[in-house]
Design a protein around this ligand. Structure first.
Ligand code: MRU
Length: 349
């Protein structure tokens, strides 16, 4: 994607370093962050310097490759296995992270060069799949469409293009009139900060709405469709995504509005029979209690926005049961959220 006049990916590797757009500074500052070791990359994933299912998948794959590249010969395999578990312990919910680490680890057992090549393939496929999702998704949008999205499943959440926003970008290129309602997405405001930044850069008309405004807008007939991303999809179609997604899905069903999930097949976890088995990350209460922004002089500051001394609970994801999902848009086409259709999809080339 273009930032200014320069083409960027969200995350990439050069030599033994992993580079990523520093998302926890956006939209206030645009910086590239360098991770020199696999451990630096782990910290960047945990701290959400890089975030979003596909982007953390690619970053985790690169981190695994860094481990093969930099860990010396003494007890090498033992240390590489420890590195694998360090990477897997960064964030528990996004399936893409485990998918990428597993692929790169297996390749690395053959040679370090193969580990690096596999990590590059994971990142390249993430980008290609996102583009294909955009094409299938754009075909679902009318000539004029008001779309609601939650969190950020744009290009920042993947290596490029994104999933939920890829259909928006593609539909615009096709000359369709799309307007995006952007859920702010507390507590980290991925919508208000990242999705809005992406859409503004791309010249897509949009408005940020508070998280509790969706029902009212739907009741007024202002939303034609909802598209969100996914962090993990169980074999029966139950889908984990950013906290708050479940509420949007229930509302969409109540108002008869199509609710789509856009995600590559690397997000499906056939080992999770239902959404109940999907691990849900709980993050620091500080993310709820404090907000970061800029002061009048443009300096980044962190402020307490809740009653001092009260504790907060911060589950990062929720699970939307398959019955609320109109369809899942993947790089292989649209699939209905049921066990049989998903099984067939996963076998398709
Ligand atoms: O910002 P994160 O990594 O906590 O959130 C993950 C996500 O990006 C969203 O849940 C998104 O909608 C899934 S698709 C990237």
């Amino acid at each position: 994607m273009l930032v200014g006049n320069k083409e960027y990916k969200t995350v990439w590797m050069e030599g033994t370093s992993v580079f990523m757009i520093q998302q926890n500074l956006l939209p206030f500052e645009f910086k590239v962050h360098e991770c020199k070791t696999y451990w630096d990359t782990c910290i960047a994933i945990t701290d959400m310097v890089v975030r979003g299912a596909g982007a953390i998948g690619a970053a985790a794959g690169f981190a695994m490759a860094q481990a093969f590249l930099t860990i010396g010969t003494k007890e090498r395999l033992k240390m590489i296995r420890e590195a694998r578990s360090d990477i897997e312990n960064t964030r528990p919910t996004a399936r893409n992270l485990f998918y990428a680490v597993d692929r790169v680890y297996r390749a690395g057992l053959e040679s370090t060069e193969k580990a690096v090549a596999e990590a590059e393939s994971v990142a390249r496929e993430d980008e290609e799949n996102s583009k294909a999702i955009g094409e299938y998704g754009a075909a679902l949008t009318n000539e004029k469409a008001n779309i609601l999205t939650h969190c950020n499943a744009g290009w920042l959440a993947f290596v490029d293009y994104g999933t939920a926003l890829a259909p928006v970008y593609l539909a615009r290129e096709q000359g369709k009139e799309v307007f995006v309602y952007v859920d702010e997405t507390r507590p980290r405001a991925q919508g208000g900060r990242l999705t809005a930044w992406e859409l503004k850069n791309a010249g897509v008309p949009h408005v940020i709405i508070p998280d509790n405004a969706a029902a009212s807008l739907m009741a007024q007939g202002k939303i034609d469709m909802v598209i969100t991303g996914a962090d993990r999809i169980a074999a029966n179609g139950d889908t984990a995504n950013k906290i708050g997604t479940l509420g949007r899905a229930i509302l969409a069903k109540a108002f008869g509005i199509p609710f789509y999930i856009a995600a590559p097949t690397s997000t499906f976890d056939m080992n999770c029979a239902t959404g109940r088995e999907i691990p849900i990350e709980e993050r620091s209460q500080d993310e709820v209690l404090y907000q970061t922004g800029t002061d009048a002089n443009g300096h980044l500051i962190k402020v307490l926005v809740c009653s001092p001394g009260s504790p907060a609970y911060n589950p990062a994801f929720d699970v939307t049961p398959a019955r609320y999902i109109t369809g899942i848009i993947t790089e292989k086409g649209m699939v209905t959220a049921d066990r049989l259709s998903i099984k067939k999809l996963m076998k398709k080339d």
